[in-house]
Design a protein. Sequence first.
Length: 127
Amino acid sequence: MGVMVQCGAVQPLVNMITSEHQVMQTEALLSISLITIMRLADAEQSLLESRIGEQLNELLTRNVPREIFSNILTLVGQLMSSNELKAHLREVAINRALSTFVSSNDKFIDLRDHVARLSSMLGLDSY
C-alpha cells in the first residue's frame, strides 16, 4: 500500500470513484478504504488534493446499489480518522449528500442510523 501511495496511485483511484462502471467504482472504494486503513498518514495529502469528498458527493447523486453505498459509508468512516480529511468532508457537506441519498431511497432506510452516526462524528446534524 505504501508503494501505491508513493507512486501516485491515490489520485487515479479517487477519479475512478465516479467511473460509469460499478465494478470500477467498487474497486476504487475498496482500494482507497484499504489505503486509509493501512497508510492514512501517508495518503492524507493525496486524498485532500484529489478532493475525495467532492468525488463521493458526485457519486451520491447517482442511483448506486446498496453494496456501493455501504462501501461509501465505510470509507467515510475511515476518512474521519484524519482531522484534516474530517474537515474536508465537513466543507463539502458529505453528511447532507448521505442524508439526501438515504432519504430518497426507501430500500436504504435501514441505513439512516449509520448515516446519522457518521454525521454526529462529523459534528453535524444529518436531518
